[in-house]
Every structure is written in structure tokens, then in C-alpha cells.
Design a protein around this ligand. Structure first.
Ligand code: SF4
Length: 108
């Protein structure tokens, strides 16, 4: 048995379809966002990456300069002010803007 389609029914169906499409687009957008770099990632560990520059083990990484962080590193990409941003050393992942690793290079 089929129910005859009324104008009101058609509008409801269109609204539901539009809502589903928007939800799907939002989910795809979230899924496409790169993941945050894990401090336990082997490459991150090798370079002494930390999420907060204040946590750098300066004895282990004597190249650390007080005040240096991803935020003022030449290799940081992306939008200024964002808490996590792409880094040229860790393609496909986001690093903490407040972080640091031994690949730090001063901005010119
Ligand atoms: Fe941060 Fe620079 Fe190291 Fe990338 S290279 S993780 S931006 S300090």
C-alpha cells in the first residue's frame, strides 16, 4: 500500500533529506581532519616532541632554548591562533602550538 504524496509530505521529506546531507557532510569533514601527533609516536619520541614546551627535558635536549615552541617555529603551518596545526616534520598530523621538538627552527 502506498501513501499518496502531499505537498506537506514532500516538504517534510526534503527537509529530512537536507538534514541528513548536512549531517553526513559534517561527519566527513571531521573524519578528514588530521589526527593530533601522539607524543609516543616513534618519530615524535626521537625528536623529543612534547605538547607543552615547558615540559621539555632540557638535559636530554640541550638545544632547547627558553621561550621556543611550535608557535614560533619556522616549520609550523596552518592558521595562526589554532591550538593544533600542521608541521612540516610530521606530515598528515597536527602538533600542539604550545609544543616543542628538537627540530625547532627559528622563524626568520
Ligand atoms: Fe613544533 Fe617545529 Fe618541532 Fe614541528 S618542527 S613539532 S613546529 S618545534
Amino acid at each position: 500500500m502506498t501513501v499518496p504524496l502531499t505537498r506537506r509530505g514532500l516538504i517534510k521529506q526534503l527537509i529530512l533529506a537536507a538534514g541528513s546531507a548536512a549531517a553526513l557532510a559534517a561527519a566527513r569533514s571531521r573524519a578528514a581532519e588530521p589526527i593530533h601527533l601522539d607524543v609516543k609516536d616513534p618519530k615524535a619520541m626521537a625528536l623529543g616532541y612534547v605538547e607543552k614546551a615547558t615540559e621539555v627535558d632540557a638535559k636530554k635536549f640541550p638545544s632547547y632554548e627558553q621561550g621556543s615552541s611550535c608557535e614560533n617555529c619556522a616549520l609550523l603551518q596552518g592558521t595562526a591562533g589554532a591550538p593544533y596545526r600542521p608541521c612540516n616534520l610530521f606530515p598528515g598530523k597536527l602538533v600542539s602550538a604550545a609544543g616543542w621538538c628538537s627540530g625547532w627552527a627559528p622563524e626568520i
